[in-house]
Write a new protein. Structure first.
Length: 254
């Protein structure tokens, strides 16, 4: 998480530093074959990244308190794409989508199964997003070897959470009375919930053009969103979807 914020800060500094370079070259040479030489053009981004969820809500707190997995186990790949429409050399609107899927298995801290082994707990989380945002190109969208950009937007986050636990009666070593054992601990087979949440995000990145129509890019995003899992999860129904990501990909201009 600290690394993601650091990358966002570095990218923001690059954008500020690039503004004077644009001001020094107002009469940049134009190339009719380059779509960026028009004030308005389209652009598609395809990227793959690493997502590091914050996982700070009552659902995650309960999960990490009772099972051995750490928050870092939720780190995983995220795939996505964007469509940008450049309104002029400095302003664009962007539509984005992404998909994150992760599965983890984690033994219980204090509960054993009928064979004396830690109870195994399985968790599957899938989150897809649809978002819209505004993107600023402080130094312009062309005429530079490195093109920084910065944006912010809001979106809809849809997904499914499933947890599976074997159902049986066992003995726990966590008891109010240290001289006795706790029995009749029952676990449900599993819970699942579909969810939808509204959230917002910030993005900062840089592009390096390799031709008139293609560029490579690196960017960081930070998302803020929380979902409600509903009655199946009772008092632990708040699911934090916030987190930072770093991604790399290609941009196709047309």
């Amino acid at each position: 998480m600290k690394a993601t914020r650091g990358i966002l800060l570095v990218l923001a500094v690059l954008m500020i530093a690039a503004v004077p370079a644009r001001a020094q070259d107002p009469e940049a040479q134009t190339n009719p074959a380059d779509p960026r030489e028009n004030d308005r053009f389209g652009e598609i981004h395809l990227w793959i990244g690493q997502l590091a969820p914050d996982a700070k809500s009552n659902f995650w707190d309960d999960n990490f308190r009772n099972f051995t997995a750490r928050r870092s186990r939720l780190d995983g790949p995220i795939f996505g794409g964007d469509y940008l429409y450049h309104l002029d050399r400095h302003n664009a609107v962007m539509l984005s989508s992404s998909l994150y899927i992760n599965t983890i298995s984690e033994p219980a801290r204090n509960v054993q199964d009928e064979n004396g082994n830690p109870l195994e707990h399985h968790l599957e989380l899938a989150v897809g997003s649809l978002a819209a945002s505004y993107v600023l190109y402080p130094a312009g969208s062309s005429d530079h070897a490195v093109i920084p950009y910065l944006g912010a937007g809001a979106g809809l986050y849809l997904g499914e959470l499933q947890t599976f636990r074997q159902q049986f009666t066992t003995t726990s070593d966590t008891c109010a009375d240290p001289d006795s054992s706790c029995t009749d601990t029952t676990f449900v087979d599993g819970n699942s919930a579909f969810f939808a949440a509204l959230g917002y995000f910030f993005v900062a990145g840089v592009q390096v053009p390799v031709s008139d129509h293609f560029a490579v890019e690196v960017e960081g995003r930070y998302t803020v969103a929380k979902a409600n899992l509903g009655s199946d999860f009772k008092g632990n129904s708040e699911l934090d979807l916030s987190g930072g990501q770093v991604a790399a990909g290609v941009a196709i201009r047309f």
